[in-house]
Design a protein around this ligand. Structure first.
Ligand code: C5P
Length: 235
């Protein structure tokens, strides 16, 4: 894809968004990897391609199960066409097992199964360090309407069932992950990405990480682990 002919609308830590038309964008997955709100960063050749492949795969699966996603069609190794949604400035975090900031915040051991999946929200704001926010504060700050917030939670839990049961068959635990949503024509769409950058995936037998924790915690070669995840889900 000749991105130099397109208008760059936004560049994030791991993706670039180009304008394709008035209602479509092209999402380009970069090789850049960052952790701890950008304090640790590197470029790892091949990462963008793997994350794009995994995101398209999961978005197609989720769309087939009746949840609208911004994914429209594949372009090339690193990019796909998506609906030009207006991103809701919230990160929706779903947790099935204790890990990461949850353990740190509450002083809980890692790897405990959470009986009923937990849905948390963070305000998408790098300068504030994406602070956690509760539903009441979201509503009082008028970030989103209650009807939309309820839909985000409903979709997030449905997506959790779809992904967890698919991955369980591959002997992989979906520990936790982050979703983002957008609005187009007053309708909610799943947006952004679902990849090992935004999820924790553990091998069910060894509890080994097949995700960005490998990079965050210097636990080995990121491409090897992401490729192993690809191989396990057969794409
Ligand atoms: O850091 P924490 O434990 O809260 O992360 C929970 C999940 O959300 C992890 O899978 C992490 O990769 C994802 N996440 C993300 N982007 C963020 C924050 C969390 O993808 N800004």
């Amino acid at each position: 894809m000749k991105t130099n002919e397109l208008k760059l609308l936004y560049e994030g830590k791991a993706k670039k968004i180009y304008e394709k038309s008035s209602d479509e964008v092209i999402i380009y997955f970069k090789d850049d990897v960052t952790a701890f709100n950008g304090i640790k960063k590197d470029s790892i050749i091949g990462k963008g391609k793997i994350n794009k492949l995994i995101t398209s795969f999961f978005f197609k699966m989720i769309e087939e199960k009746g949840i609208p996603t911004h994914f429209i069609s594949d372009v090339d190794d690193n990019s796909f066409v998506a609906k030009k949604v207006k991103i809701i400035p919230l990160e929706v975090i779903i947790r099935n097992y204790t890990a990461g900031s949850f353990c740190k915040r509450y002083g809980i051991e890692k790897g405990i199964k959470i009986q009923k999946p937990i849905v948390e929200y963070s305000l998408k704001d790098d300068d504030l360090g994406d602070p956690m926010i509760c539903k009441n504060v979201i509503l009082s700050l008028k970030q989103v309407e209650e009807k939309i917030l309820n839909r985000l939670e409903y979709y997030s839990l449905k997506i959790n069932n779809i992904l967890s049961s698919f991955l369980e068959e591959k002997n992989i635990i979906l520990v936790d992950y982050k979703l983002e949503f957008g609005i187009y024509d007053n309708k909610v769409y799943l947006a952004d990405e679902i990849s090992p950058d935004t999820c924790r995936f553990w091998d069910k037998d060894t509890m080994e990480s097949l995700d960005k924790d490998v990079y965050r915690e210097d636990k080995g070669n990121l491409i090897d682990k992401y490729s192993e995840f690809l191989r396990r889900i057969n794409i």
